[in-house]
Ligand binder design. Sequence first.
Ligand SMILES: C[S@@+](CC[C@H](N)C(=O)[O-])C[C@H]1O[C@@H](n2cnc3c(N)ncnc32)[C@H](O)[C@@H]1O
Length: 312
Amino acid sequence: MHSRKSRQTRNIRARCRSLDNPGKALPRHAVWTGDCHELLRLLPKATKFDLVVASPPYNLGKEYESRASFKKYLRMQADLIEELVPRVKMNGSLCWQVGNYVENGFIEPLDIHLHPLFSEHGLILRNRIIWRFGHGLHCKRRFSGRYEVVLWYTRSENYVFNLDSVRIPSKYPGKRNSRGVYTGHPSGRKNPEDVWDIPNVVGNHREKTIHPCQFPVGLIERLILALTNARGLVFDPFCGVGSAGVAAAIHARRFLGAECVRSYAAIARRRISAALCGEADYRPHDQPIYDHRKSKLSVLPHSRAATVTRSR
Ligand SMILES: C[S@@+](CC[C@H](N)C(=O)[O-])C[C@H]1O[C@@H](n2cnc3c(N)ncnc32)[C@H](O)[C@@H]1O
């Protein structure tokens, strides 16, 4: 006798595998092991996405990418963007999450280079979201980098935007104007604005897998909730360990991802299966940031403080 959970797990694996056979209908959640261009070529022309969300390789020579010249890298991105735009529904969105390309200490902000590649297709930039996080390398010759960017584009003026589903607590929900009228939203919750404080997945983050740079599920959760409706189809061409798929599964959206590294794709399928069974272990987008002052490590030990005073 199989438990409901193991049946569901087998079902989702079968659906994911069925995508490897292009003759079959599109499953509700699937991770394609292979190149995203190949997958796009195999998909029926009629398949359109409500949201494309991606964190492309940054051309930094990570274990999953071969480093190309910056010019060639931009050309590859341009080719993919050209393939993707017609696949986005007219009321849909495309979100590209990027950081910096770094070479010999020089920084190239990828969003600045990529924006013209989107706008030449008539896409409309709605927000340049700053994703701010607390951990990373400590630089010695410049300020330590603690943010990346999400470029959010729509294809038209008529686009899905569910603000109420992503509101966060207001600072002063009891505030009134001079006539005694409450100034904030009646729910006491406000627009999450365009600077998002969401911890990155490093160290002992509960979502950490073997992937060196996975999305926090909460980052994509907020995009999926705001930019798609239930049962919408989300596509991640560089899906890694499936963080976007987890967010989609938690919120009853369909998901299709491509990942060229087999071991990451396998983890993605496992994580999505768990999320579909209600067992996603993730940090929600609206969870308050941990107050580091609660940790005893936030206090400079007496012995070190004495050293600092002496060396001044
Ligand atoms: C920055 S990571 C994205 C991680 C992902 N957002 C997550 O949460 O796990 C980029 C991923 O794209 C994959 N990749 C690179 N080129 C690809 C291609 N042409 N087709 C499919 N996947 C690709 C890499 O193996 C890597 O896992």
